[in-house]
Design a protein around this ligand. Sequence first.
Ligand code: MN
Ligand code: MN
Length: 457
Amino acid sequence: MENKNAWLKYDDVKDVFDFTENYRHYISICKTERECVDEAISLAKEKGYEDLKDVMASKKKLSAGDKVYAVHMNKTLALFHIGEEAMEKGMNILGAHIDSPRIDIKQNPLYEDNELVLLDTHYYGGIKKYQWVTLPLAMHGVIIKKDGTRVKVVIGEDENDPVVGISDLLIHLSADQMSKTAAKVVEGEDLNVLVGSIPSKTAEKEQSKEAILSLLKEKYNIEEEDFRCAELEIVPAGKARDYGLDRSMIMGYGHDDRVCAYTSLRALLDSVTPKRTSVCLLTDKEEVGSIGATGASSKFFENAVAEIMELMQETGELKLRRCLFNSKMLSSDVSAGYDPNYPSVNEMKNTAFLGKGLCFNKYLGSRGKGGSNDANPEYLRDVFNAMEKENVSFQTCELGKVDQGGGGTIAYISAQYGMEVVDAGVAVQNMHAPWEVVSKVDVYEAYLGYKAFVKNM
Ligand code: MN
Ligand code: MN
């Protein structure tokens, strides 16, 4: 039952390093769900994918080999590589999420405190707040102007850009703070982002705030009122980096779950015309419960499948139900990688390790598997056979030892259709911290594993 280290499989690691260099670039430029969708669409177009809306407008029919994508609200994306079998027989679906924990700007954020100008925030997803202070942070997002134009914002990524940040108290005055529990050391309402400090000479009051407002107007054509119709995310500034003296790992923001999103996407884009229609589904809002029009609970995906079946002349509600019912899915999300600094949270036989390949979690949940999708062993056998056929390194694991904590993914949502689903993903250290760590060989094995799934299931 011992899992071998995947690095040992390779005489030449060039393919691993080449693939992961592209991934490193992807997560360096994709720090919001919108950016992930835009970049995914541009990669898909290079491979001949067409927008479903355009296909519908052209009245063209779809058949085996066709490639089409459906995008919703610029934040969720489903890509379909049409297979040879009827859709009714089901699809092979690679699902992952593209939202990551971060700090969002409030709708009325800008204020001045003793000539320092700050932005008020509301954090998104599960974070240890104390990890987000004293770091260079960048601002990404969109602002919708009164005339409807969408202004894209990326400040803090170019090396000539300024960065912003959240302060922490100096150790010299931290007697009270240091006696608090970690949950209270930095509180949510104190995650305020410092953005300026030069007062305006002409403004009558709030001179520093006025100065920042003039700068926003001049440089970005943003008015204070525009913050109301904005989606601005504060994220760690800078590129993902090779990690370790041997460059075997990548430290980056948002591996959870863009590492599974990118590898799933590339697996689909690199597939040849499959027997069963193959799908990559990239969802939003997983970190806050998969809710909303762009989360996995939305009817977006089901509707997209219905539209595609219509274009394949497989019409009707019943055929759609059968298609979803007969589908097979990898719900791909990151696993908790073993950390030698914190061994006590694990039961070692069932722990994910960096470097041991694609992680399969039969179940997650908490306490007595509460809230979990518990995958069927019949299905696991088929999936593992598909992996073994392509010599993919993989491991089975669960999230920490019993009663230590817990977590969830999008698996249970797709499972509601009656389809087979299992959680699969890449082991991560520092999960949900500003800078997370993955092993390059695991990223590559995930890509190979997703390709094996699409091809052999
Ligand atoms: Mn995740
Ligand atoms: Mn997460």
